[in-house]
Design a binder for this molecule. Structure first.
Ligand SMILES: Cc1cc2nc3c(=O)[nH]c(=O)nc-3n(C[C@H](O)[C@H](O)[C@H](O)COP(=O)(O)O)c2cc1C
Length: 150
């Protein structure tokens, strides 16, 4: 991995997903618009990532995200879905989401049940929670990028 290209900063509008995130999985996700997904750099390969995110310049929260085609659901469109780990409001369609993507966690997989998918997501969240508390990652929380001043 070429670290000089990291982290990846992404800004976009939150769009409607398929609505399964909270309904089936109990893990609400904010989907970014197709233009944003299409404009992501190629080195950001499909998979699960961790980092920080904020909605409309508000509090910066820990996030995990899934980028790709969700093999469990066999989506036809590539999506970028961000789960804000400490935010409980579920609907912020139309809001501006700012994301700093810091680290790849794993590739996207298909699972034999929704339960297994949920277990994998819970494990991603636990991994991210710990890693993001390290000083080199905490530093990004206060980046000007999040307040929209840059
Ligand atoms: C941290 C995280 C990891 C995920 N990992 C996978 C995965 O390995 N395979 C998969 O098919 N979907 C994965 N997903 C995507 C979920 O399937 C997706 O969030 C769900 O389908 C909701 O999509 P929707 O909001 O568009 O309805 C992951 C989502 C998150 C937030």
């Amino acid at each position: 991995m070429d670290r000089s290209r990291w982290p990846v900063f992404v800004t976009g509008t939150v769009c409607r997903g398929f609505g399964r995130g909270s309904r089936d999985l109990g893990v609400p996700t904010a989907n970014l618009s197709q233009e944003v997904v299409d404009g992501l750099p190629d080195f950001l390969v499909p998979g699960v990532y961790m980092g920080w995110a904020s909605v409309d310049g508000g509090r910066v929260d820990k996030m995990v995200m899934s980028l790709g085609w969700n093999p469990f659901y066999a989506n036809e469109k590539k999506t970028m879905e961000v789960h804000l780990m400490d935010k409980y409001e579920e609907e912020f369609y139309g809001s501006t989401l700012r994301v700093v993507v810091l680290e790849y966690i794993r590739e996207e997989k298909s699972f034999s049940s929704v339960d297994e998918l949920v277990r994998a997501i819970r494990s991603d969240i636990a991994t991210a929670r710990q890693r993001l508390d390290t000083p080199q990652y905490l530093a990004y929380k206060d980046f000007k990028f999040f307040t929209g001043d840059t």
